[in-house]
Ligand binder design. Structure first.
Ligand code: A3P
Length: 367
């Protein structure tokens, strides 16, 4: 009633105008909805094709590709859910951020695993450099700090140990480094019990330089430390080497290696030259990647030589996207040591070094 009386009250041209306006509004509404829908579906298919591209990276196999996808997405896996390995059900919170949804959509379930590979030593030979360099690889995930499970916390059990490992997805290698493993008597057997197929990385360097490095580290923590020469020898002369002094003792590599060889074949051990890790890090990291069955992703492009520091440094890493070197505690200046003391130590180590070359089949050519 109201509409018809109103219609009679307006002239023909205003009615036409209103109809045209209504038509226009309807058209605008439909075209907006259509565009929004179109944009949405384009963005979704772009996302999917991005992930597919990532997964299609030339890796060892599908799981390796998935690992690369995770790394490329720069995931902080530690914020992801814990899954029960048998039921596959999530046990804890999962981060709801859209970037993690991509992984979940692909059925990738991050979880913690016991390490497949250990850097077992040797202290002050370049173990931190090795870990930082190899973890540039997208298929390697490592515990950040030294866990000391096999030497100090063994009684806490494997569950505890696993909890200290980073989250990984299928195909990624879990790694841990604790340099004291190499010299601790019980450790080889314990590692064997965890996994007889464990891969073991051992960085070694001239034991005399290593001893000085070890001493320098200790002296940096203790102001009134005696001189190196006083600690390395008994009776104040350079004739008798104090083989019970830690920095000297650790350098008798052959003795410790023999214990490991009771449990692991040489083929599961890789020896990395600490000297070469400084001179040519890409070469040594290439060997490590081969040994671990990884594609050679970490190459010379990742390193530059920092003349001020006197050591190779990284253009970028998982933690930092700008060029940086290892921390202040790596690459310290060593104190001056009497040349006669050094010569005597070299003499002391020579037979042990030769034994070590024989056991490993590698001549490290230490002086
Ligand atoms: P110095 O600090 O005595 O020079 P670790 O990590 O096992 O404690 O070994 C420390 C040693 O790693 C250092 O001993 C240093 O010589 C060596 N190293 C090897 N590559 C290095 C790098 N890129 N930056 C700093 N130190 C490195």
């Amino acid at each position: 009633m109201f509409v018809s009386s109103w219609c009679h009250n307006v002239n023909l041209s205003s009615r036409n105008l209103i109809i045209a306006l209504l038509l226009c509004l309807t058209l605008v509404y439909f075209s907006y909805s259509f565009n929004a829908c179109l944009l949405n579906s384009i963005s979704r298919s772009l996302q999917q094709s991005n992930l597919r591209n990532l997964l299609a990276l030339p890796q060892r196999n599908d799981s390796k590709a998935a690992a690369a996808a995770a790394a490329n997405l720069q995931l902080n896996l530690s914020s992801l859910a814990i899954y029960n390995s048998s039921t596959g059900l999530p046990l804890a919170r999962i981060d709801g951020a859209p970037k993690y949804q991509l992984l979940r959509q692909q059925g990738l379930r991050p979880s913690r695993h016991l390490p497949d590979t250990l850097i077992i030593g040797v202290k002050k030979s370049g173990t931190r450099a090795l870990l930082e360099f190899i973890r540039l690889h997208p298929d390697v995930r490592a515990a950040g700090s030294e866990v000391h499970f096999f030497d100090r916390h063994y009684q806490r059990g494997l569950r505890w140990y696993r909890h200290h490992m980073p989250y990984t997805i299928e195909g990624q290698i879990t790694m841990e480094k604790t340099p004291s493993y190499f010299v601790t008597k019980e450790v080889p057997q314990r590692v064997y019990h965890m996994n007889p197929a464990s891969k073991l990385l051992i960085v070694v360097r001239d034991p005399v330089t290593r001893a000085i490095s070890d001493y320098t580290q200790a002296a940096s923590k203790k102001a009134d430390m005696k001189r190196f020469e006083q600690l390395a020898f008994i009776n104040g002369s350079y004739s008798v080497v104090d083989t019970n002094w830690g920095p000297v003792k650790i350098g008798v590599y052959a003795r410790y290696l023999e214990r490991w060889l009771l449990f692991f074949p040489l083929s599961q051990l890789l020896f990395i030259s600490g000297e070469r890790l400084i001179m040519d890090p890409a070469y040594e990291i290439g060997r490590v990647q081969d040994f671990l069955g990884l594609k050679r992703v970490v190459t010379e492009k990742h390193f530059y030589f920092n003349a001020t520091k006197g050591f190779p440094c990284l253009f970028k890493s998982e933690a930092r996207s700008t060029p940086h070197c290892l921390g202040k505690t790596k690459g310290r200046n060593h104190p001056h040591i009497d040349a006669n003391a050094i010569e005597r130590l070299r003499e002391f180590y020579r037979p042990f070094n030769n034994k070590f070359y024989q056991l490993t089949g590698i001549n490290f050519a230490w002086p």
